[in-house]
Design a protein around this ligand. Structure first.
Ligand SMILES: Cc1ncc(COP(=O)(O)O)c(C=O)c1O
Length: 902
């Protein structure tokens, strides 16, 4: 199969590090060939390759101008042997990241005694000191190129042995080059803008130009504005965590107080004080590096503390002195126990009433995740969700909710007493899974509620973003369209899987906090009022609209955090109105013995994401795109397996841009980002639905095979697929592991079919057909039984689920019917209606097929009978379906009627 031609920009975005390493390897190969026999052709090839590499390398601290110049010189001289050694050294250093702390990486081949070397090498390198974290600072200079090296040198000279970080300067000369550097150089942690630089880049490469245009579609139009301020905003739009400094000879006092400079961390007057700049850069880094809770916990663990409270494992004596459980101590190490306490003294702070380092850690997390507030939760997003439901909903409130939301929401609604109005996601019947909830059914529901005079009871909309299978909502449009109908609607975005997206400029726009920030900016724009008036009600009323957004996020699912570490991130203009109930809800659900290590790891995960989240997420996306490409273009593997494309996972009506796949021929990065902005749904590239039906495996079978034969763990399955999740932990070796397994399996199937002859082939074909074509329909939410509806004639679907839930606590109100019993079919045909007493939740994926009070339909039964997951919460096959007795329902109905008549 021919490889589709990706646009250069899209490729340089999705495969930047892969391509960079590949080019250096290729240059090394050419250098070796040159060394063994010169040809003009080889030299020309190497020169052209170096020409492609140079504009990109100029944006990076390593190998840096000095080594790059040497590479160029050796090539010009035709010194293949030296060039080969040099390019090998650079190539290995880039591949292994060793340049961050290995002096050898910075030396050129023949320059061991280079007198300039000590100033070039960061002080921790080569001077026998402990490794310090390495960062690069981008200097945007108006000066001639000849002044750049002295600028770099003057900053390097300020390094002191006592510095906590090693900072290497990178100099560029224009707005566009600065944007490119921020995009492609992951090491950049701070940007220093020397006022007076120009706009255009002189980089000749089309792919780099495409990158700029993709990220800055409007910047070109603003060339005449204040470039320093524009660049500060552009850099933050890409990487909000960067520290930005401005050196100017304008009126600094005035500028420093101006609104447009609010993103600038510090303004310097013409850099009178280079040392001040150096110290400011270090302090900015330190602010992100500091993990107040973790740092204190480490200190606490070192102190000789006597404990007279509960928790015998604290300090570890009951373990290390034990005759029988010492292996636990050996396995986990002493620190786990030294860092344990059930007290909140010693600076450990209290998760329930944080006033010290937990509070500071949470504030830092709020900054990192883009909210106004952040709360640490140590019992997973299951608990975060319940806290939010209880905090903002009151009994009787109506909550619009995607029926496929995680079970914690449904339980949260029972606890809060709010009435769910279930709306169904679009189905992907062919893969036995649901997609996500489209905007129209939500706005239709809101309009119907409005028509029936119930809009004031509607409190919240709950949606999952992204879904287990990677459907990413158009968060901004969803909120905009809903707010146009109900301007004070609260949104709960369950981003359990999507926390990492905050750190990708590509995906951030489709996160709850990314969209909330955009809407805030939109509504506060003086032009907005006019737009609203012209919109004829399609936009929210600026006089009434409120931004009330809650995001729950399993940090443990996509970042380096211990299991159950979760956060609630809040951007709620009216938080003061729910602050007290939020506290109550937090108290209700939070253990009085929260796990200290989980809190510490939330703090550390935040540090990592603020300092290297961009790089890690970018690499994970690149790896995932590569994985998709490898599976679908491999001649053998693609016979039996497929990574489902966005076109296969998202119906065309929700992909109006026409986007079908990553690497789609002819699609520039700008066009791809356009799709990301406009399409109703987008597929998270890192969540790969691997279709295995054509290989004759159902999802569970395939998952078991991967685990038993190949040591590969997968979590979620469907009838004919498994979900491969790529995260910041995955490497190229993992990719190779899975690809090898798929190739081995494909080879084995080929062999079996060839050797088994016609009978084997017929059996295989039938099996594939059953898996791929004979798929059960997915049951929609039917309705709540009339006993749980205030007005059975109402067209809106909300119901008293909590009443049904508690009715089932009464044994006399319950009955059981075996799933396969004739009675089930009988009752489906002739009644009485079967009404679920329980949540019935197959896991994974963990959303309810039935909820308490729901009328059971033939579709639900057909689906249950075909269900192939082992764990079905709320269903005991030997007892059967747990139902509410018709008599109990009738009695309830009568009782409610009496209650209403009174
Ligand atoms: C969408 C969604 N929300 C919430 C959760 C629960 O998260 P946690 O495992 O952190 O409790 C899950 C778990 O799978 C989920 O898929």
């Amino acid at each position: 199969m021919n490889k589709p031609v990706e646009s250069a920009g899209a490729r340089s975005f999705f495969s930047a590090s892969e391509d960079r390493n590949e080019r250096w390897r290729e240059l090394h190969r050419l250098a070796k060939a040159l060394a063994s026999g010169q040809t003009d052709k080889l030299r020309q090839e190497a020169t052209a390759l170096l020409g492609q590499l140079t504009p990109l390398e100029e944006l990076c601290g390593y190998p840096g101008p000095r080594l790059m110049a040497q590479v160029g010189e050796r090539l010009k001289e035709g010194d293949g042997a030296t060039l080969a050694r040099l390019t090998q050294r650079i190539s290995v250093a880039l591949l292994t990241n060793s340049y961050r702390d290995d002096p050898e990486a910075w030396k050129s081949d023949e320059e061991d005694d280079d007198p300039h070397l000590p100033s070039i090498l960061p002080p921790s390198i080569g001077r026998g000191q402990a490794r310090k974290p390495y960062a690069e600072v981008l200097i945007v200079s108006p000066g001639e190129r000849s002044t750049w090296e002295p600028t770099r040198e003057s900053l390097r000279k300020l390094r002191r042995d006592t510095d906590q970080f090693v900072v290497e300067p990178v100099v560029v000369g224009s707005f566009e080059d600065a944007v490119l550097a921020v995009l492609v150089n992951y090491n950049i942690q701070a940007v220093v803008l020397f006022d007076g630089f120009g706009y255009p880049s002189h980089a000749p490469l089309a792919d780099l130009r495409e990158l700029i245009e993709a990220y800055l579609p409007k910047a070109a139009a603003a060339r005449d504005g204040d470039l320093a301020m524009l660049l500060s905003r552009a850099a933050h739009a890409i990487r909000p965590e960067l520290d930005i400094y401005l050196a100017t000879d304008r009126d600094v006092a005035k500028l420093a107080g101006a609104d447009e400079a609010s993103g600038v961390r510090r303004v310097f007057y013409a850099l009178e004080e280079m040392l001040e700049l150096h110290l400011a850069i270090l302090e900015g880094l330190q602010e992100r590096y500091e993990t107040p809770y973790f740092d204190n916990l480490k200190k606490y663990a070192q102190r000789p503390i006597g404990t007279f409270h509960a928790l015998p494992v604290a300090r570890g004596k009951s373990i290390f002195k034990s005759n029988w459980i010492r292996d636990m101590g050996e396995f986990y190490g002493a620190n786990l126990f030294l860092a344990e306490s059930s007290a909140t003294t010693g600076g450990l702070d209290s998760l329930l009433e944080p006033t010290g380092n937990i509070k500071v850690a949470q504030d830092k997390a709020a900054r990192a995740f883009g909210g106004d507030r952040c709360y640490f939760v140590t019992n997973g997003t299951s608990t975060s969700n319940k806290i939010i439901h209880m905090a903002v909903c009151r009994p009787g409130d109506i909550v619009l909710i995607d029926r496929d939301c995680h079970k914690s929401h449904h339980y949260g609604l029972v606890l809060a007493g709010a009435q769910p109005y279930y709306i169904d996601a679009f189905p992907l019947t062919q893969y036995s899974m649901y997609g996500s909830l489209a905007i129209k059914p939500i706005t239709d529901a809101l309009k119907q509620l409005k028509a029936e005079g119930k809009l004031d009871r509607v409190r919240m909309l709950v949606l999952t973003n992204c879904t287990f299978d990677g459907h990413v909502a158009n968060v901004e449009r969803t909120m905009l369209e809903c707010l146009a109908i109900k301007p004070d609607l609260i949104f709960l975005w369950d981003e359990a899987w999507f926390g990492f997206a905050r750190f990708s400029p590509f995906l951030r726009r489709r996160t709850a906090m990314g969209a909330a920030a955009k809407l805030r900016a939109m509504f506060s724009d003086p032009q907005y009022k006019k737009r609203f008036q012209e919109s004829k009600g399609a936009l929210p009323d600026p006089e009434k609209v409120r931004i009330r957004v809650y995001e729950s996020d399993s940090v443990h699912k996509s970042m380096s955090c211990l299991r159950q570490g979760s956060v609630i991130v809040v951007a709620d203009q009216d938080f003061h109105t729910v602050e007290a109930s939020f506290k109550e809800a937090f108290f209700t659900h939070t253990s009085t013995s929260p796990n200290l290590q989980i809190i510490a790891s939330l703090d550390v995960a935040r540090r990592q994401m603020e300092l290297e989240g961009y790089e890690l997420v970018q690499r994970a996306i690149q790896l995932a795109v590569e994985m998709r490409r490898e599976v679908n273009q491999h001649p053998l593997i693609s016979k039996y397996f497929k990574a489902a494309t966005p076109a296969e996972m998202i119906p065309a009506e929700y992909r109006k841009s026409g986007f079908t796949d990553y690497g789609q021929p002819g699609w520039t990065l700008a066009k791809l980002i356009g799709a990301l902005d406009s399409d109703e749904f987008f597929l998270d590239p890192t969540r790969i639905t691997l279709l295995c039906g054509n290989a004759g495996y159902d999802g569970s079978q395939f998952k078991a095979l991967l685990a038993s034969e190949y040591d590969i763990q997968i979590n979620k399955t469907s009838r004919n697929s498994v979900l491969v999740q790529i995260n910041i932990n995955n490497t190229k070796s993992d990719l190779a592991h899975l690809i090898k397994a798929l190739a081995d399996m494909s080879r084995a199937i080929d062999k079996r079919l060839a050797e088994g002859g016609a009978p084997e082939q017929a059996t295989f074909k039938a099996r594939v057909k059953s898996l791929v074509e004979d798929v059960p329909d997915l049951p929609n939410f039917s309705r709540f039984h009339d006993a749980f509806r205030e007005d059975p004639k109402s067209k809106t679907a909300e119901g008293h689920m909590r009443e049904a839930f508690y009715l089932a606590y009464d044994a006399a109100a319950r009955e059981y019917v075996k799933l396969n019993a004739k009675e089930v079919d009988e009752r489906l045909k002739n009644g009485p209606e079967m009404v679920s007493a329980k949540f019935v939740i197959p896991y994974p994926p963990g959303f309810p097929i039935m909820v308490p009070g729901q009328v059971i339909t033939p579709e639900t039964i057909a689906f249950m009978r075909k269900l192939d997951v082992k764990e079905i919460h709320g269903f005991n096959a030997s007892l059967g379906l747990e139902l509410l007795k018709p008599a109990a329902l009738a009695a309830l109905k009568k009782g409610v009627k009496k209650e209403r008549e009174r």
